[in-house]
Design a protein around this ligand. Structure first.
Ligand SMILES: Cc1cc2nc3c(=O)[nH]c(=O)nc-3n(C[C@H](O)[C@H](O)[C@H](O)COP(=O)(O)OP(=O)(O)OC[C@H]3O[C@@H](n4cnc5c(N)ncnc54)[C@H](O)[C@@H]3O)c2cc1C
Length: 293
């Protein structure tokens, strides 16, 4: 029988962001922050990651809690999927986030997995990266000395790669309040076993006078190496009445930024992902328009 165990590691449990950051600096890239562990621990068991030390964030109070204000939501990075889907504040101010969180995996994963872990990991098939992109989130980080705000558009950089620096802890995800007459939707074609997105599309549309689209955000996951906005499709939507024909034309351009570089793996070919990205984009935009009232 083959057993899968991680390589030995040191275990640290800081109580502040400053202390967590100091530990990250001390190990100089050899340590990993531990949130819910539902991406990191499987990688360690497969020895695809062998950190010298794990810095467990579960004792850092600053990273917990959801607060709501007139300007929007501020969500601690250690907030679990279950807390997101069951929070009245999230359901009211960002129903897209609550709904997408409820579509992640199963109850066990949703009880452990955190929004901070999900976005920091930048898995190409994860749900929340597309959602925070569509919501124009601001990623707030902390170190021993400084606090930094990163617009989400600059956060996801590549496969499993973000703009986080070696000594930075993602502390909060701020979600600005949505304008009136804004509709949102997240739809995905889920892997039947894990529920990861083979393709997933988050859409946010704001309608103005006469039902003309004033603002559109369409973000993809599963399609390429990392989550990204479909800006060319967004431009087709803005300034027009969102008829089925306009939505269809925008959805056809949804993969334009990828320039043919769709993911290909054992679950789906690149051609299939490209076709499904268009289908799911059309559904997501149409659903966002339908609930924008
Ligand atoms: C069976 C199974 C099914 C799954 N299905 C889905 C699915 O359908 N959809 C989906 O989106 N995901 C899915 N996942 C992944 C799951 O959502 C993970 O929990 C999530 O991606 C990572 O969150 P975590 O809190 O567990 O992070 P961890 O695994 O603890 O950490 C992930 C990475 O982020 C870093 N990190 C964590 N927190 C911070 C922080 N505050 N600041 C900086 N870096 C940080 C860690 O160092 C690590 O590199 C599944 C996982 C499993 C095991």
């Amino acid at each position: 029988m083959v057993t899968m165990t991680s390589a030995p590691f040191e275990y640290k449990r800081p109580e502040t962001v400053a202390e967590a950051s100091r530990l990250l600096s001390k190990y100089g890239g050899g340590a990993k922050l531990l949130a819910g562990g539902h991406s990191l621990v499987p990688l360690m068991k497969l020895r695809l990651a062998s950190p010298e030390a794990l810095i467990d964030l579960s004792g850092v109070g600053e990273l917990k809690g959801i607060s709501s204000s007139a300007s929007g939501l501020s969500i601690g990075s250690m907030t679990t999927y279950h807390e997101l889907e069951s929070s009245a504040d999230v359901q009211n101010a960002a129903p897209l986030l609550a709904d997408a969180a409820s579509q992640v995996a199963d109850a066990q994963v949703r009880n452990f997995g955190t929004i901070g872990g999900a976005v920091s990991h930048s898995d190409p098939s994860a749900d929340l990266p597309a959602v925070v992109l569509a919501l124009d989130a601001v990623m707030v980080t902390g170190t021993q000395r400084a606090r930094r705000e990163i617009p989400v558009e600059r956060f996801f950089r590549d496969f499993l790669t973000t703009a986080l620096r070696t000594n930075e802890v993602l502390t909060r995800i701020d979600i600005p309040k949505l304008p009136a007459k804004t509709g949102t939707s997240y739809v995905k074609m889920a892997n039947k076993a894990s529920h990861y997105a083979l393709v997933g599309v988050a859409a946010v549309v704001t309608l103005g006078a006469g039902g003309v689209c004033e603002r559109a955000r369409v973000a993809l996951t599963g399609a390429g190496a990392y989550a990204m906005r479909a800006k060319r499709a967004e431009r087709i939507l803005v300034g027009k009445e969102l008829t089925p024909n306009v939505i269809h034309n925008a959805a056809k351009r949804v993969g334009a930024e990828l320039d043919g570089a769709f993911n290909e793996d054992v679950h789906a070919s690149a051609e299939y992902r490209e076709a499904m990205t268009q289908v799911f984009a059309e559904r997501a935009i149409a659903a966002a328009v339908a609930n924008s009232g």
